[in-house]
Ligand binder design. Structure first.
Ligand SMILES: NC(=O)c1ccc[n+]([C@@H]2O[C@H](COP(=O)([O-])OP(=O)(O)OC[C@H]3O[C@@H](n4cnc5c(N)ncnc54)[C@H](OP(=O)(O)O)[C@@H]3O)[C@@H](O)[C@H]2O)c1
Length: 279
């Protein structure tokens, strides 16, 4: 039976990975932040040595954009040093342990023409805010044998505690007109789908960078309208434009696409319909 270790296991992706791996019969050791702080090297070395997993799925991240700008040192402790600690720990497992690290579309600046589609694995990254910079640095710390999964626009059952729940649930909790940007695009991605795709990519022994998102893309405005339509929630949605002076900056074209064969996930609106039907 495969033994897997998950960091950030109480988060939206971490908890769906725990569920998906458990349902496949794997022996899952899920560590929430309270159980294991990835920035603490000794604790990471000890936890990985004790579990001796075949794979570590790193879902731990410091990803509140504003906090990353004001406390870049704290962001780097998790997003850079945390990855390095996990790689060192994986390298010490005598039976071999793969690191699967999760990164972000925010490693790109978003200036790509919308007509050219999403960013691919071979496109040069160029982050425009502290969060993206720290995640890009973290990717390099994962090492040459790791699988680095970049993703975007996540929503999942557990929600993201640090962001006050996931985007879908936050929109459905609103009771007055929503104003949403129409000029930033993304691939809304279900963490339940992503968890399965990550496990399959690890089992296929993929390494290097892999873009995994529900396929297709839309603006945050279209995403919001589709959420409300599917839930039959009658609310006005007003289009807004990105304020060029707003900081931290966000990529306008935040969409990802993949050049790697067989890695396309199902369309985002199908995954969203399933999520809303299951709420
Ligand atoms: N959310 C998105 O839209 C999005 C988009 C692109 C990429 N990603 C990436 O996808 C991954 C998963 O994100 P998610 O949406 O599942 O986020 P999430 O729900 O916030 O989960 C992240 C988890 O990491 C934990 N954590 C924070 N600092 C930690 C530390 N020092 N040690 C151990 N755990 C720590 C958090 O705990 P606390 O809640 O207690 O802080 C949280 O449970 C991250 O790598 C993120 O960068 C996310």
């Amino acid at each position: 039976m495969s033994r897997v270790l998950i960091t950030g296991a109480a988060g939206q992706l971490g908890s769906d990975l725990d569920r998906a791996a458990s349902s496949r019969g794997f022996e899952v050791h899920g560590f929430s932040r309270a159980d294991l702080d990835v920035s603490e090297r000794e604790a990471v070395l000890q936890a990985v040595a004790e579990v001796e997993p075949e794979v570590v799925f790193n879902c731990a991240a410091f990803h509140q954009l504003d906090a990353c700008e004001t406390d870049i040192a704290a962001a780097r402790m998790v997003n850079v040093n945390g990855v390095e600690n996990l790689r060192l720990a994986c390298d010490k497992v005598a039976s071999g342990c793969r690191l699967v690290h999760v990164s972000t579309n925010y490693v790109f600046d978003g200036s790509r023409d919308f007509c050219d589609g999403g960013y691919r694995e071979e496109d040069p990254p160029d982050p425009i805010q502290a969060y993206g910079l720290s995640k890009l640095e973290g990717e390099a710390k994962a090492g040459p044998d790791a699988l680095v999964v970049r993703t975007a626009g996540l929503y999942g059952r557990a929600g993201s505690a640090s962001k006050g729940g996931n985007f879908v649930d936050r929109m459905l909790a609103r009771d007055s007109t929503i104003t949403m940007v129409a000029d930033q695009i993304v691939n809304p991605t279900s963490t339940a789908d992503l968890a399965v795709a990550i496990i399959e990519a690890w089992q296929a022994e993929l390494t290097g960078i892999l873009h995994l998102v529900n396929s297709g893309s839309c603006s945050w405005l279209e995403f919001t309208e589709e959420i409300l339509r599917l839930a039959d929630h009658q609310l006005e949605v007003e289009a807004a434009a990105t304020d060029p002076a707003a900081r931290p900056r966000r990529p306008l074209n935040g969409a990802l696409a993949t050049s790697r064969e067989g890695q396309e996930m199902r369309p985002w609106h199908e995954a969203l319909a399933d999520y809303i039907a299951g709420r």
